[in-house]
Write a protein of this length. Structure first.
Length: 380
């Protein structure tokens, strides 16, 4: 079962009989915060400066913010009680997750909604010592619902600048195509991302999200070509719920520079070797993969195969409140799965900085901060 709280839960809830799940079937997640993680290691993670590269705008809305947005729009079926969201955010499979996710997307109807969400997401990141984040935004989902496109851009930029001033967290944007909406969405997203009059200052990359099954990557090549010609970096999702051939398609047709999830890459040794040779990072989101059933259990997660092969791995939270997690918890999960100590976790944090599209001076600054923090911690 996937639960959502303002703080990650500390144990797995019991399996329950719900529509779409057979009585007695095991919950979607075994645990969301590993009780075996040493207290000192969790404290180290809590203070560790971090970067996050795979985290979604709407999917980062805390229960408090989702409930507030639902109260603004009472015609929505999304609960207005944060406690009721615990049951609402229980996913039977990936398709059900998308259905629930889109119902939350439907709450973002005005520029004021957009600004509130963006600023509050940055606040939650700052609490976890996130110094830099590339937040995946799906503008098509808002503009198709009637939000003025210029007002949308102004809202995210105003929130970005305010968040950096107030919290010190630097935000950059990845505009992504919602794959399930087809080529109409691809055309609109590309236009919004490449129009010099609309393109926001913080935009650095171009992505592709949503379901993979029935949404082949090659059809989006012309749109990625246009985005790349405009100077945006290619960061599509691939290989999350499909096989390694989808990752190959993202590399070959979309010229991917990072892969979102890439979970099935472990099934193809040649693909792993290609990722290593070309230094193409995987944006790994362990708890998300369990919650959406992309991976059966955390102990079976392929992150171990990735690191053994030498793939550059970054740790991310994807849609954290929806999955009852946060970035700190994902680092704790990675620490257990990879048997990492403080220095290993610091190296993992530096992976994300290195794989980011932050300028070189910014990368040096954040990596130095990670090293300074780690040395001070170990010298205590």
């Amino acid at each position: 079962m996937t639960r959502v709280t303002d703080q990650p839960i500390t144990r797995a809830p019991p399996a329950t009989h719900r529509q779409g799940r057979r009585s007695g079937e095991e919950p979607l997640t075994e645990h969301l915060v590993d009780p075996r993680a040493p207290r000192d290691l969790k404290a180290f993670i809590a203070g560790l400066p971090k970067a996050e590269l795979h985290v979604h705008h709407v999917g980062s809305a805390s229960p408090r913010i989702v409930a507030e947005l639902a109260a603004r729009h009472p015609d929505s079926r999304v609960p207005t009680d944060p406690e009721a969201l615990v049951d609402y955010f229980v996913f039977t499979d990936f398709a059900h997750f998308i259905e629930v996710y889109l119902s939350v997307v439907d709450l973002i109807r005005t520029p004021e909604d957009v600004r509130l969400l963006t600023y509050e997401v940055a606040r939650d990141m700052a609490r976890q010592q996130v110094r830099y984040a590339e937040l995946t935004i799906t503008p098509f989902s808002s503009t198709r619902r009637g939000v003025d496109e210029q007002a949308f851009m102004d809202a995210i930029e105003d929130a970005r600048k305010a968040a950096e001033a107030d919290f010190g967290t630097v935000l950059r944007w990845c505009f992504d195509i919602p794959g399930e909406a087809g080529l109409e969405a691809a055309e609109e997203t590309t236009r919004l991302a490449t129009d010099d009059k609309l393109r926001p200052e913080g935009l650095v990359s171009f992505g592709l999200g949503g379901p993979e099954i029935g949404v082949p990557r090659p059809q989006f090549k012309p749109y990625f070509d246009r985005a790349r010609a405009a100077g945006l970096r290619s960061v599509p999702h691939a290989g999350e719920t499909t096989g390694p051939e989808t990752v190959w398609d993202a590399l070959t047709h979309l010229r991917a520079e990072r892969i979102g999830h890439g979970t099935s890459s472990a099934q193809d040794p040649k693909l792993l070797a290609h990722l290593v040779e070309h230094r193409i990072p995987l944006e790994v989101c362990p708890t998300s993969n369990i919650a959406t059933r992309a991976v059966r259990t955390l102990d079976e997660h392929p992150i171990k195969e990735f690191t053994r092969a030498g793939v550059l791995v970054t740790i991310n939270s994807d849609d954290p409140p929806m999955f009852g997690t946060d970035l700190n918890n994902e680092y704790a999960v990675a620490a257990r799965l990879l048997d990492l100590d403080e220095r290993g976790l610091a190296d993992l944090a530096k992976n994300a900085v290195e794989a980011s599209f932050l300028d070189e001076a910014g990368k040096v600054r954040v990596k130095d901060e990670i090293d300074t923090y780690t040395s001070a911690w170990l010298a205590r």
